[in-house]
Write a protein that binds this ligand. Structure first.
Ligand SMILES: *Cc1c(COP(=O)(O)O)cnc(C)c1O
Length: 350
């Protein structure tokens, strides 16, 4: 304990990101849901032709080129879009703009661990509601809390399941606070929540270029909502949260939907193959609409397998968390990576 910090900060643990091995190491990295394919080749041209002299200027504070490209790709007006330094920043903007010590933030568990960290930083009340076994959304409990902010990740991590759009619509109708639909994995899913965003002023969809667009390293995400909702978020945003290079890269990536869809299709094919291979080894595998799989090993010895794979240079994710102790989250890699993983696991479960 020090007295440097606010009580909330002293009390918090801090977010623990997935391990990032050194570049060039021969690790097979299936722990952070990164895309196994490189970003759009159009980005190479952007970097090669970038006017470096222009870097002496501050960047465009609302990243107009990037927003226009999003607008065009998703057929949403540009003033319905706010961009962030990763979608994590947009999630944080919502918390910053909407919470205080009397206001609640609620979400179903298990879900993206960062929500807890973001709320812990603020003087806000955190309410976590357990998902049932079958991952049906606990609508009544969520509504009863009446949060200033309700987070729903769909598709969800680490379960990989999708929340039906009728459930999102019902929540939007019955909540007076902000409903955040975190659609980080939407590029690998069937359907999305955009119709709900268009219909309700209290709903924001938050998306990232880290997963579908293979750009985790550049930190780009965005939110889509009615301009009335974005107004408050713009007030609490750092003025220059997107640098000029990222803005140009983001615009190029969004303009190349064909390439993104092509890679997502390959991931979906590998997802089906990996799921089948793991089932053959006796794993329970949850249906996934993402680029990862939640699995339960036949002997339930998830932590052991996680550690053994690590010794063999394969990183996957293990959460020491209630309900997840006997499960593993495995990112769908490229074909060869998945093959090495399955071979290693088959040696370990026998
Ligand atoms: C990966 C992930 C994000 C964060 O994406 P960034 O844009 O890289 O910050 C947000 N939400 C969920 C559920 C994620 O899995």
């Amino acid at each position: 304990m020090t007295n440097f910090f606010r009580a909330e900060v002293d009390a918090m643990t801090g977010y623990i990101p997935g391990e990032q091995p050194k570049r060039g190491s021969k690790i097979i990295k299936l722990n952070s849901n990164e895309n196994p394919y490189p970003p759009s080749p159009k980005i190479k041209d952007v970097l090669q032709n970038f006017d470096w002299e222009w870097l002496r200027r501050y960047p465009d504070s609302s990243a107009t080129d990037f927003r226009n490209a999003i607008s065009k790709a998703l057929d949403i007006p540009a003033d319905w879009i706010i961009v962030g330094n990763g979608s994590d920043e947009v999630l944080n903007l919502v918390i910053r703009a909407c919470t205080n010590s009397q206001r609640k933030v609620v979400y179903p568990m298990p879900t993206y661990v960062l929500y807890r960290t973001l709320v812990e930083m603020q003087p806000a009340e955190r309410v976590e509601i357990d998902y049932p076994e079958d991952y049906k959304l606990p609508i009544e409990e969520l509504v009863k809390v009446g949060g200033a902010v309700t987070f729903i990740a769909t598709p969800n991590s680490p379960s990989g399941h999708i929340v039906p759009v009728e459930n999102l619509r019902e929540l939007a109708t019955r909540l007076s606070g902000v409903l955040v639909i975190d659609e980080a994995y939407v590029d690998f899913a069937e359907g999305d929540g955009l119709s709900v965003v268009k219909e309700f002023e209290n709903v924001i969809s938050i998306r990232t270029l880290s997963k579908g667009y293979s750009l985790a390293g550049i930190r780009l995400g965005f939110g889509i909502a009615h301009p009335k909702l974005l107004q408050g978020l713009y007030k609490v945003k750092d003025s220059y949260n997107i640098d000029a290079i990222a803005c140009a890269i983001g615009a190029a990536a969004m303009s190349d939907q064909n390439y993104k869809n092509y890679c997502a299709q390959k991931v979906k094919i590998s997802r089906r193959k990996l799921s089948g291979d793991l089932k053959k080894l006796g794993f329970k595998v949850w249906d996934s609409q993402t680029n990862f799989l939640l699995v339960q090993p036949p002997q339930g010895n998830a932590e052991y397998l996680y550690l053994k794979l690590k010794e063999q240079g394969i990183l996957i994710r293990y959460f020491k968390q209630e309900g997840l102790e006997d499960k593993l989250r495995i990112t769908v890699g490229a074909h060869e990576e998945n093959k090495v993983l399955v071979e290693a696991l088959s040696g370990l479960v026998e």
